[in-house]
Design a protein around this ligand. Structure first.
Ligand code: ADP
Ligand code: MG
Length: 231
């Protein structure tokens, strides 16, 4: 069975809501593979949150799409869920936009189109499988040096069914919430499309800070709504 011993843990590349994300190395004979391990502390979680974490691992390994971060395996060790996934070697889109902002530069139009189309194709793949991502935002879009962008962090995704074609719990990150979510109405995949529109706006907007400051009056900037009541 796979365990942490099979991986050499390298530097920390992200600090998530419930744990840490490390770059890891795996050797198969002469073959060395760079991967990512997202470690989620299950004990700190409520039952529904734990279920979401386990579902994230399941969805990531099931999905086969070049525009979604691929999950290779997962295992529980010392009360941590470890999700081993592909490594996106160019950081996340939010950091990329922030870096450009700092240099008073904007993304070139071709890059915006390329990123937008890849994200839209990834989201279409998710939606076709009756899943709502529910946390589409630039911080959850991971870049590769080859110019690719992949949707990651399926940690609050909702699997819909024939009996429950809509979700109800307000989940997501304030800046990206669709009108129906703000009004606490039932919602479906279209709320992800709204959030993707916000990501497009971020890529187009010259100084994102202005946009964010407009929303600051209403929302705490770090606040992520809780999925604890989700069914
Ligand atoms: N596959 C990956 N490749 C590169 N960086 C990653 C990858 N997965 C996560 N990260 C980094 O770790 C951060 C947190 O991961 P994420 O899956 O978004 O966790 P959380 O649910 O806590 O937000 C990301 O914003 C990103 O910077
Ligand atoms: Mg995230």
């Amino acid at each position: 069975m796979t365990s942490c011993k099979d991986y050499e843990f390298l530097e920390e590349i992200g600090h998530g809501t419930y744990g840490v994300v490390h770059k890891v190395r795996r050797r198969h004979g002469d073959n060395v593979q760079l991967l990512v391990c997202k470690q989620i502390q299950l004990t700190a979680m409520k039952k529904t949150q734990r279920e979401h974490a386990l579902q994230e691992a399941k969805l990531m390994s099931k999905f086969e799409c070049p525009y979604i971060v691929k999950g290779y395996s997962s295992f529980i060790e010392d009360r941590f869920l470890n999700i081993i996934m592909e490594h996106c070697d160019n950081g996340d889109l939010e950091s990329h936009i922030r870096r450009l902002d700092g240099e008073r530069r904007q993304m070139v139009e071709e890059r915006i189109w390329s990123f937008f189309l890849q994200m839209a194709a990834g989201l279409h793949y998710v939606h076709e499988r009756n899943v709502i991502h529910r946390d589409i935002k630039s911080m959850n879009m991971f870049l590769t040096k080859a110019g690719g962008i992949k949707i990651g962090d399926l940690g609050v995704a909702k699997v819909l069914s024939r009996g429950t074609p809509m979700a109800n719990t307000v989940v997501g990150t304030p800046y990206y919430l669709s009108p129906e979510l703000c009004e606490e109405k039932p919602y479906d995949q279209k709320s992800d499309v709204w959030a993707l529109g916000c990501v497009l706006y971020e890529m187009l907007e010259k100084f994102k800070k202005d946009w964010k400051s407009k929303f600051r009056a209403f929302w705490s900037p770090e606040g992520v709504c809780d999925a604890k009541n989700d069914v």
